[in-house]
Design a binder for this molecule. Structure first.
Ligand code: AMP
Ligand code: MG
Length: 491
């Protein structure tokens, strides 16, 4: 078995208080749903082996491979703004780390692998629905070019779990640059364990931000780097209409990957106040609030680092504040140019921000589909002043026409032939996103033992920028009776 998993586990070499050693709890009758063979190869794992019954034993947690050192990580976190001093991996076990083909260290974790010392009242298990949702959406995010944890495999456990009623249990094999969260830092900081914070910071620098080690002030550089990655990440979310849904500090990766897909969703009609999560009563994590919340989370991160920034708090606090103030610059530096590219402009001019914002305002006022509007602008670029399909997406098409006239004029001053511009736009404006109604339909079919819609959806979303005539319907917004208005954690 050794040859199959070349583990090298750096986190397990940290002091004992960082984690609990706990093996996955075996399940009765594991059955492979999906294996991500391309990802397996990237990780130097053998996909043929993983698909064998012996491989599925590992992916379901029935067998712990040689060199794995299964642990559940300790962390804390602010959940909807309230601090919880101990959360931790309550239903996930980190098998270990491998170094991938690009030389990057990657965590291999089984999510839904059974109880751990951090499970509190939970059963440590995951239901099929949330496992498939995470598989679909995380792999879609990857294909969209957005930093994210990945999904290596999904297996059925052969055991029911109870969430109100019985549901099929499943395990997701999740791959991440690391599973270290803002909440991991908070876990030590809240206990006044400055040594713990320092060890964790050194680990994160070595693993994710080696350039910070060379800086005059490595911990300042660490904070600055984490702020920058989160700022860029949230800008990318906004560009594709993604709503994370539970941006608690324990769901905020210091490596800057999208992590912990729960009640996440993509916008259909553009609405900056949109909330899908059934537990987000006050809209804290609404689409348009995400930059502000990311900064709030980073502020909690900065607080944990204060003792490392300077011995004197009156020195450390302004230093941290100055770095946090950089969030806005990095965010807008990513968000603005990204929007510009979405409407086909390659050079910034005065008035362009207003042009972008006015489009968004008109979209919101007219219930225009976010993804389709931008995608169809790529077609409209070939004949900008002609009424095209974009206007049909607006309840009042005249609102689009008024904007499109300004846009057409602006395009004339921007370099590039129409066909080339359209190609550029189609490379940033996806045709296919994981539309909520498609995700729900795939999950519902799977619950009835039909995995074909799930497999097809994963396939379509693996090439989100390619028009595929055989799958054109996947680009369609939901019909009125297909609309999903709420999503659930399902934990
Ligand atoms: P999440 O909603 O996935 O971000 O999880 C929040 C916290 O609840 C984490 O500490 C999880 O490990 C824990 N948790 C969620 N679901 C379960 C479960 N079924 N059993 C045990 N712990 C869980
Ligand atoms: Mg979480």
């Amino acid at each position: 078995m050794t040859a199959h998993f070349p583990f090298d586990n750096s986190y397990a070499r940290l002091p004992d208080r960082f984690f609990a050693r706990v093996a996955p709890t075996p399940v009765s009758a594991p059955c492979l749903i999906k294996l991500n063979t391309a990802l397996a190869r990237e990780l130097n794992l053998d996909p043929d082996f993983l698909a064998t019954p012996e491989g599925v034993e590992v992916l379901s947690g029935r067998q712990v491979p040689d060199r794995a050192e299964p642990i559940a990580l300790a962390y804390a976190g602010h959940q909807f703004g309230n601090f919880v001093p101990q959360l931790g991996d309550g239903r996930a076990v980190l098998l270990g780390e491998v170094v991938d083909r690009g030389g990057m260290r990657r965590d291999i974790q089984l999510k839904g692998a059974g109880p751990t010392p951090f499970s509190r009242q939970g059963d440590g298990r995951a239901a099929l629905g949330p496992v498939l949702r995470e598989y679909i959406v995380s792999e879609a995010m990857f294909a969209l070019g957005i930093p994210t944890t990945r999904s290596l495999a999904a297996v059925l456990t052969g055991e029911d779990i109870f969430r109100g009623g019985p549901l099929p249990g499943a395990v997701l094999t999740r791959v991440a640059s690391s599973h270290i969260r803002v909440g991991t830092f908070q876990f030590f900081a809240a206990q006044g364990d400055i040594e713990g914070v320092r060890l964790l910071a050194d680990h994160v620098i070595a693993r994710h931000y080696p350039e910070a080690a060379q800086a005059v002030k490595p911990y300042h550089a660490l904070l600055e780097a984490v702020v920058a990655r989160q700022a860029k990440l949230v800008a990318q979310w906004l560009h594709v209409g993604f709503i994370h849904g539970v941006m608690n500090t324990d769901n905020c990766s210091v490596a800057g990957e999208t992590i912990d897909y729960g009640p996440c969703a993509f916008l259909d009609a553009y609405d900056p106040a949109k909330v899908f999560s059934s537990i987000d009563y006050r809209g804290r994590y609404a689409y348009g609030n995400q930059p502000q919340i990311a900064l709030w989370n980073l502020s909690r991160f900065a607080e944990t680092l204060l003792p490392l920034l300077a011995d004197d708090e009156t020195v450390a606090v302004p230093a941290a504040q100055e770095i946090l103030d950089g969030f806005s610059r990095v965010f807008h530096g990513a968000y603005g140019p990204g929007l510009l590219r979405k409407i086909g402009l390659s050079e910034f001019r005065d008035g362009d921000n207003a042009l972008c914002n006015d489009l968004l305002t008109a979209m919101a006022a007219n219930g225009a589909d976010f993804t389709l509007t931008f995608r169809r602008l790529g077609d409209a670029v070939l004949a900008p002043s002609e009424p095209g399909a974009v206007r049909d997406l607006f309840t009042d098409p005249a609102a689009y026409d008024a904007w499109a006239a300004r846009w057409a004029e602006r395009l004339q001053a921007d370099p590039g032939a129409p066909a080339e511009r359209r190609a550029r736009m189609n490379a940033v404006n996806p045709a296919y996103i994981p539309r909520n109604h498609r995700v729900e339909a795939a999950i519902a079919a799977a619950a009835a033992d039909d995995f074909a819609p799930f497999n097809e959806l994963v396939d379509v979303l693996s090439r989100p920028f390619d028009d595929r005539s055989d799958h054109a319907r996947y680009a369609d917004p939901p019909a009125v009776d297909e609309r999903v208005t709420q999503t659930f954690c399902g934990t």
